[in-house]
Ligand binder design. Sequence first.
Ligand code: GAP
Length: 466
Amino acid sequence: MGLDYEGQWLKRQGYLRAFDLTQSGARCYDPRFMEKIVSLAKRRGFVFQSSEIYGGLNGFWDYGPVGVELRKNLKDSWWRTMVQKRDNVVGLDTSIVAHPKTWVASGHVENFTDPMVDCKKCHHRFRTDEVTGKQCPECKGELTEARKFNLMFKTHVGAVEEESSIAYLRPETCQSIFTQFKNVVVTSRQKIPFGIAQVGKSFRNEITPRNFIFRSREFEQMEMEFFVRGAESSHWYDYWVEERFQWFLSLGINKDKLRKRVHDKDELAHYAKGCTDIEYQFPFGWSELEGIADRGNWDLSQHSKSSGKDLSYFDEEAKEKFVPCVVETSAGVDRTFLVLLADAYHEEKAPTSEEGKEEERIVLRFHPRIAPFKAAVFPLSRKLSEPARRLEHELRQSFTTDYDDAGSIGKRYRRHDEIGTPYGITYDFESETDQKVTIRDRDTMKQERVAISQVKEYLAEKLKGA
Ligand code: GAP
């Protein structure tokens, strides 16, 4: 498939390296759209390639000034919904490196592997499922026999690099929730059913990171383990599948592009009773955003066996001791971020100041709750900087705002359309006399004149509930 100039440039810069366009061509039914998202993400400061000046590091990404705001808003929304608004879920923030026995007990040392093959000619590595039944994409060389490749990143703890000092960067955040279960029960006085939630970085040495931030080697997860009696797990599993689906809708994501996919029996881990993925129709096809799983009591039992510590729960009312079962919800921050970008992205024709003329505009129609900035203030001329800045500083105390005085007003509108700012506020020469500003709505592009003294209330009203 052909790449235009911008596509070539992105590929040279490494932004499209993860795509491996030849290889993923069959699945990638709209590669051009993905290129646009990647290009916008860089141009507007959402996502940069990690270590770009050194040629980049495949599978690692940095979030820019606009990206961190969006990322924070989405994580805050998750935390508010999953922890702060409930009285039966508490939070946790555990270390990235845990005792290595954790990963033996969880099965990761033994089983967290992907089958991998090497091309004997060009020495490229592939996941076996990516090349099965296909030709080796780059050079068509002969492939080695498949062998297991463990996806955990290894490191050493302490000054001596020896077998006994090996530790791992966590490949998922949930295992420390299990190992800290007893401490949380004792200190939080929560009674079953209750949950423990955590947001944090995870690391997987993916053989072929791909599709921009969809599959990377360092990423962030939002996980919650909900501890229940075995007899009640199916009820809570159904409950959490629905709750989690509703959360994605609450972010303004198009319902037609979201679906629930129930795992077939042969996809389930031996201890799991059920698993449902929430999937999104990405530009490269339907793919997983989050998994909700009814995992039985396997995790706590394994850690109890491995550590020799009792991780059972004592129900004081029923005078009964048991190892709780768990329903897990596990979502990716970066994948949700990509969905927010892809789902909000719109190209449309917009009228210009010239009568009857139209121009193409790109606009990110973010839900105001997650928009990086809620409003931006534009002085029509730098001569108006002082009062415009004063207004922006005042608004900044209540909303995340931006101040932009670079280029024509049209350019500034376009910049803020492209980062999804719901309201653009222009301070012009008339403002000096009538004490009003023009507020432009991102989606309708309608403009209204509002008294400066009322702007804060105006925004508060418009953003109510966001
Ligand atoms: N504790 C269960 C667990 O980790 P998972 O399906 O391996 O389950 C959960 O991961 C979520 O983490 C995925 O749905 C996805 O959103 C995110 N995720 C997993 N691997 C990822 C990667 N390499 N890059 C970005 N996100 C990833």
